[in-house]
Design a protein around this ligand. Structure first.
Ligand code: ADP
Ligand code: MG
Length: 430
C-alpha cells in the first residue's frame, strides 16, 4: 500500500465552505459502491446543521470526507466518501480518527456504520478498529410524509395552504425575485443548492409599512414550497399565562414537523428593544425567542418568517446575522405592481378601466389601500345598480375608481416613507 509519491494530504474538521465539494464527492462516489443507508438529503442536512464531519484535502481540494450524526451516546457514521484515485492509502482510517476525536468530545460511546454488503471501504474500517457484526440485517420502512407530525400540526393550528398563492401575488417583482431566488429555491432544491455550496435559509424577517403584503408573502412562500403554514400568535399563545413557556411549548411541537413555515407577525411585540429591566415580562420573552431560534435553525425543512411594521423597535440582538439569514424590506408597490393589482380588482367590471390613470392616482397606496379603494368603487357601482333596478349595469368605471382613490388616504405618508428608507439603509440584509 502507499505510493512512492509523497502523500501530502491533510485531515481537518469540516467547514461550511466545503459543502459543495463534499456533496460532489458523495455524488460521484455513490455509484462506485461507496453508498450508505442515509440518503444524500440526510447527509446534506447533517452537514448544514453542523453534525460532526471531517474532510481530507490535498492541494486545497477535498479528496475525502466522513460525516456522522449523533443520537444520545451513539453516533452513526452516515457516509465515508473517498476519491477513487486515493483509495487504499489510509484515508479512511485517518478520517475516522479525526471524526472519532470529535465524537468522543460529544460524549459518544458507541460508533456504528451500516455498509452495503460489498462495500469497498471495509478494510479501512477494520484497520480503524471497527468490528463487523455478523447476523445483522437492516430493515427500514419509509413513513408517508403526511402522517408524521399530523398531531403537532393540529395542535399548532397549522394547515396546508392552496397551492397558487405564490402565482396570485401581483407585481412586487423585485421582492418576489429576491425571495424566489434566495429563499424558495434553496429550500425547494436543497441538494442542488448544497452542490453549489449554498446553505438554505432557516429564518427571514420581513419589514415595511402596514398593509404592504408581508403576511401575504409569508403565506405565499409556504404555498410555493408546499409546506404547512403555522402562524404563532403571541396573543393566543399567552392566553393570560406565561408567554415564554408557551413559546417554548410551541417550538417543541414544531420540532415534530417534517416541514413547516412558521410565521410570527408583529414580532416587535415579543422582541422589542429590551428596556434593561430584568424582571419585565417582555424581556423574558425576547430572551426565550433568542434561545429558541438556534435550535430551530438546526433542522432542514423549516423556515421561520417574522414580520414587523416597526423594525427599529426590535432588539438589535434579535436580527443578528446568525439568527436571520435575510432581513427583507417589503415596501409600497411600484407602478407595475399597482397596475397588476388594479387589473385584478377591475377584472369584475365590464367597463374598460383606464389602468394607467388609476396607477398614477394611487402612488403610495399599499395593496391593502388599493383593495380598500376598489371595494368602495365596487360598492358605488353596486348601489347604482340596486337603485336603478337594473342588473345589466356594467360595474365600476374609471371615474368610480378615481373617486374612491381620492377618498382614501394612502398608508404610506411621506414621513412613513422617509422612515422606511432609513430603515432599509440600517436594517435590510439581502
Ligand atoms: N402582492 C400582492 N398582490 C395582491 N394582493 C396583495 C399583495 N400584497 C398584499 N395584498 C393584499 O393586501 C392586503 C394586505 O396585505 P398583508 O399581507 O396583510 O399586509 P401586511 O402583512 O404587510 O400588513 C391583503 O388583503 C392582501 O391580500
Ligand atoms: Mg400582516
Amino acid at each position: 500500500m502507499g505510493s512512492p509519491i509523497s502523500v501530502n494530504w491533510l485531515i481537518r474538521e469540516y467547514r461550511e465552505e466545503d459543502l459543495a465539494a463534499v456533496v460532489h464527492l458523495m455524488d460521484t462516489t455513490a455509484p462506485l459502491g461507496q453508498e450508505s443507508v442515509f440518503s444524500l438529503g440526510e447527509c446534506i442536512n447533517a452537514l448544514t446543521t453542523r453534525q460532526p464531519a471531517a474532510v481530507v484535502t490535498q492541494g486545497g481540494t477535498v479528496i475525502g470526507a466522513a460525516l456522522a450524526t449523533v443520537t444520545g451516546d451513539r453516533a452513526w457514521i452516515m457516509r465515508i466518501a473517498v476519491e477513487p484515485a486515493w483509495r487504499g492509502r489510509g484515508l479512511v482510517s485517518g478520517l475516522l480518527f479525526e471524526l472519532e476525536r470529535r465524537l468522543v468530545e460529544s460524549r459518544v460511546r458507541r460508533i456504528a456504520y451500516i455498509l452495503p454488503e460489498e462495500e469497498p471501504l471495509g478494510d479501512g474500517l477494520r484497520n480503524a478498529g471497527y468490528e463487523r457484526r455478523s447476523a445483522v440485517a437492516y430493515f427500514e420502512r419509509i413513513e408517508p410524509v403526511a402522517v408524521a407530525g399530523a398531531d403537532a400540526l393540529e395542535r399548532l393550528g397549522g394547515r396546508t395552504l392552496p397551492s397558487d398563492l405564490w402565482t396570485r401575488l401581483a407585481g412586487m417583482a423585485a421582492e418576489r425575485s429576491l425571495i424566489e431566488r434566495c429563499v424558495v429555491l434553496p429550500l425547494a432544491e436543497p441538494e442542488l443548492a448544497a452542490r453549489h455550496g449554498v446553505a438554505p435559509p432557516r429564518a427571514i424577517a420581513l419589514f415595511g409599512p402596514p398593509g404592504t403584503g408581508k403576511t401575504t408573502f409569508a403565506r405565499a412562500i409556504a404555498s410555493r414550497l408546499g409546506w404547512p403554514f403555522v402562524e404563532l400568535l403571541p396573543s393566543r399563545l399567552a392566553d393570560g399565562g406565561n408567554l415564554a413557556a408557551a413559546l417554548r411549548a410551541a417550538f417543541a411541537s414544531l420540532a415534530e414537523l417534517e416541514q413547516v413555515v412558521v410565521f410570527i407577525d408583529e414580532v416587535e411585540e415579543i422582541a422589542a428593544v429590551r428596556d434593561g429591566v430584568p424582571s419585565s415580562g417582555a424581556h423574558g420573552v425576547t430572551n426565550e425567542l433568542l434561545k429558541l431560534i438556534p435550535a430551530f435553525r438546526e433542522h432542514s425543512g423549516r423556515l421561520l418568517v417574522c414580520a414587523t411594521n416597526s423594525v427599529r423597535a426590535l432588539d438589535p440582538a434579535f436580527l443578528r446575522p446568525g439568527r436571520f439569514d435575510y432581513v427583507i424590506p417589503i415596501g409600497p408597490p411600484d407602478a407595475a405592481a399597482r397596475e397588476a393589482m388594479w387589473a385584478h380588482h377591475a377584472d369584475s367590471s365590464q367597463h374598460t378601466v383606464d389602468l394607467s390613470a388609476l396607477v398614477a392616482a394611487s402612488d403610495g397606496f399599499s395593496p391593502a389601500d388599493i383593495g380598500h379603494a376598489a371595494r368602495i368603487a365596487a360598492q358605488t357601482a353596486f348601489e347604482r345598480a340596486v337603485f336603478a333596478q337594473d342588473d345589466g349595469l356594467p360595474g365600476a368605471s374609471t371615474r368610480d375608481y378615481l373617486t374612491a382613490v381620492a377618498q382614501c388616504r394612502p398608508t404610506a405618508t411621506p414621513d412613513l416613507l422617509k422612515a422606511f428608507s432609513e430603515d432599509i439603509a440600517t436594517h435590510a440584509r439581502l
